[in-house]
Design a protein around this ligand. Structure first.
Ligand code: ADP
Length: 439
């Protein structure tokens, strides 16, 4: 290609040289060589300027046909026209590919939205348009939180990266549908949000939850009656059946706790707590937990409470209290009477955290990933004898989910365990008063 261009260019130079030679000869023969040479050069210059002008005009509106000329200019126009045609073809092909891609992503049943680093919408597919109520002409370039007006969604958007939890919410344009949003990193500074329709899944979950909640409610009343009779009998019963009555009362108490935990779990699943966003006064909460722990402990184990961060927490006081007190109660139940517990509220670079560290029995590593499953117990442990229901950590996990938190467990058998609840810093709140001294 370069060779043929060089050859053509050389030919044009030779043509020019021959033309100038012929003009020079005519000029010399005529005896007015100066005038004739100047005239010839002016004509040549004029012709080149005229062609440059035509080129500029054509460049300004390249849709028109390429100008026609001769010699080197014919060659230049021809090459530019070829490049122009090639460019047009590539553009057409690219447009066809984009059309095909759009058609494919439109047929995709899952809603997808591409965001830039400021969370403004760069692109979305048809499913996102219908499920999220987005309009192509006006909504591209808008911040997504202006269009999905769910406060939980905006909060989730701020912390994705810190948490991998998907976010569930009613579809803005069809509130009877439930969507689950998840996020994947896309190109540098861009994120792709995927919204799945989980309405049916939620309905099935709701049926199961209602069933468990209803059964638990139904069991509560007969159990209260039984427990009442047992208490009455225990006050005035012959010695030979006393221990049997005590055993029945103990089992009844265990059942009552189980029912309470089941109801608490179904309540937490129903409301996905954390939306209440009260400011939790952490020092005051730890003070209450300390009193509770001391009553249960009766001076047996050493318990240290430490507050190492000024920050408070935004969320539901009752749910967070329930999660923290479950962890403290576990720490005590799985730690012998001569053991020690450290209960801390602290922060590091990325998060705020609450942790319970104990010198208890510890947990073999293979059980750790399954501890938050309902009724999951480490084989051979003392859970039942210590009054556990097998639901405590499931409750903790649900509370943390509702607060964009996560549970970390570190443990070594025979050495002890640390259960840590981590919260993103965006969940932090200003201190109310410095109560560390009081603790
Ligand atoms: P449970 O009521 O049985 O304690 P949880 O859901 O609270 O139920 O805990 C699940 C299991 O995790 C327990 O049965 C126990 O085996 C283990 N576990 C929880 N906390 C501790 C701890 N601090 N030390 C050792 N094992 C623990």
């Amino acid at each position: 290609m370069a060779d043929s261009t060089d050859r053509r260019f050389n030919r044009h130079i030779i043509n020019y040289a021959l033309m100038l030679g012929a003009i020079g000869l005519v000029a010399w023969l005529s005896g007015h060589w100066m005038i004739i040479l100047l005239g010839a050069l002016s004509v040549l210059l004029g012709w080149n300027l005229w062609n440059l002008y035509r080129l500029a005009v054509w460049m300004a509106s390249p849709r028109s046909k390429a100008p026609k000329s001769i010699g080197i200019w014919a060659d230049i126009y021809h090459r530019l026209d070829k490049l122009h045609q090639q460019n047009k073809r590539q553009k057409r092909e690219l447009k066809a590919t984009i059309r095909e891609f759009k058609r494919a992503t439109s047929a995709f049943p899952v809603a997808a939205v591409l965001l830039d680093k400021k969370n403004t919408i760069v692109w979305f597919n048809d499913a996102a348009g219908s499920n999220l109520g987005l309009r192509e002409a006006s909504d591209e370039g808008q911040p997504i939180s202006n269009l999905i007006r769910d406060p939980g969604f905006s909060r989730w958007l701020e912390v994705i990266g810190d948490v991998e939890m998907p976010f569930e919410f009613p579809a803005p344009s069809k509130p009877e549908k439930t969507l689950s949003a998840s996020c994947t990193g896309y190109r540098k500074n861009q994120r792709l949000l995927i919204f799945r329709d989980i309405t049916e899944l939620k309905r099935a979950e709701q049926i199961r939850r209602d069933f468990v909640a209803n059964v638990s409610h139904e069991l509560r009343t007969p159990l209260t009656v039984l427990m009442g009779y047992l208490e009455t009998i225990a006050m005035d019963c012959p010695e030979r059946i006393k221990s049997a009555i005590d055993k029945m009362a103990e089992q009844g108490q265990q059942m009552r706790q189980l029912i309470d935990d089941l109801l608490e779990l179904s309540r937490l699943q129903d409301i996905e707590s954390g939306d209440e966003d009260e400011i939790i006064d952490i020092p005051a909460l730890l003070m209450q937990l300390k009193e509770q722990a001391e009553t249960l402990n009766r001076g047996a184990r050493e318990i240290h409470f430490e507050i190492l961060s000024d920050a408070n927490l935004k969320g539901s006081v009752s749910d967070i209290k329930s999660a923290f007190s479950n962890l403290i109660s576990n720490g005590m139940r799985y730690t012998a009477d001569d053991g020690t517990l450290w209960i801390r509220w602290a922060e590091d670079q990325d998060s705020l955290y609450f942790e319970v560290q104990d010198t208890g029995v510890g947990i073999p590593a293979e059980h750790i990933p399954r501890l938050t499953e309902r009724f999951y117990r480490v084989k051979g442990d003392r859970a039942r004898s210590t009054g556990g229901t097998g639901l405590g950590l499931a409750i903790v996990k649900h509370v943390l989910n509702g607060h964009q938190g996560k549970l970390e467990v570190e443990s070594a058998v025979g050495v002890g365990s640390t259960f840590r609840c981590r919260f993103p810093k965006s969940r932090g709140a200003q201190p109310i008063a410095d109560m560390r001294e009081a603790i």
